[in-house]
Design a binder for this molecule. Structure first.
Ligand code: ZN
Ligand code: ZN
Length: 244
């Protein structure tokens, strides 16, 4: 059974004493971090040391998803020096933008693996697949499948026709809901909460957890909007763990 823990759910900046996008899958005693946004590393360290992280997957290279990965480099180097970690950390990330990718991939304690549209990796015994989604920089939705269960994370995405198919029958669908419909324009880089609900309904997802919460919104309004399309929609909660 996979477990999903939320360390941060805000974007594009955190609420006071909160954190941007960061989640952890625990499976078979292994710990996989998904995104590592600003403010999240302090929460990760309440559960794991830098020597205990088995893999990191980055949906895309915006600071609210990878900012603390830059700081993690220093903790990995210290873990090596202190004898707490010998092997580099496997990190799965987009190759673009190249400048941001290079900041992470070039570090001696990081074993960088490019992710691609349609790509498939075995990460700690989990079948992980990636699908490119429209966003100002390449963003990959990701599907984690193990023991007949499926967890899908959208990353950041504009509305598009591919995500519902990719998320089909997900047991847990963790979905960007950065905008309220009233504030969204054609050029907005994210879906609205209503569109998030619509995609989850089209995908026949068994559970929808909304994330990428704009800190200035009232969470009840976001949930209500998503529930117009997906009546059981909930917001993910920081420091909570969910069974998949
Ligand atoms: Zn974001
Ligand atoms: Zn983004």
């Amino acid at each position: 059974m996979m477990e999903l823990t939320c360390f941060g759910k805000y974007g594009p900046y955190p609420k006071a004493n909160c954190a941007c996008s960061c989640y952890m899958i625990t499976y078979g005693g292994k710990h996989i971090l998904i995104d590592l946004g600003c403010g999240a590393l302090t929460r990760v360290f309440t559960k794991l040391g830098a020597g205990d992280i088995d893999a990191l997957v980055l949906s895309h290279l915006h600071a609210d998803h990878m900012g603390d990965a830059l700081t993690l480099r220093y903790a990995l180097a210290a873990a090596k020096r202190l004898g707490r970690r010998s092997a580099p950390l496997p990190v799965y990330l987009p190759a673009a933008p190249a400048a941001e990718a290079g900041l992470i991939a070039a570090h001696e304690m990081i074993d960088a693996n490019d992710i691609n549209d349609g790509g498939k990796h075995d990460i700690c015994g989990i079948d992980v697949r990636f699908a490119l989604m429209p966003h100002p920089v390449p963003n990959y939705a990701m599907a984690f499948q193990a023991d007949g269960r499926k967890l899908v994370y959208s990353g950041d995405t504009q509305y598009n026709g591919n995500l519902a198919g990719f998320a089909r029958d997900a047991d847990l669908f963790l979905m960007d809901a950065a905008f309220m419909a009233k504030d969204k324009t054609e050029a907005s880089p994210h879906v609205s909460a209503k569109e998030a609900g619509r995609i989850a309904a089209e995908a026949c997802a068994k559970r929808l957890l909304l994330t990428h919460i704009f800190p200035e919104y009232d969470e009840k309004d976001i949930r209500a909007e998503a529930r117009e399309m997906y009546p059981a929609a909930e917001l993910i909660q920081e420091n909570m763990t969910y069974e998949v």
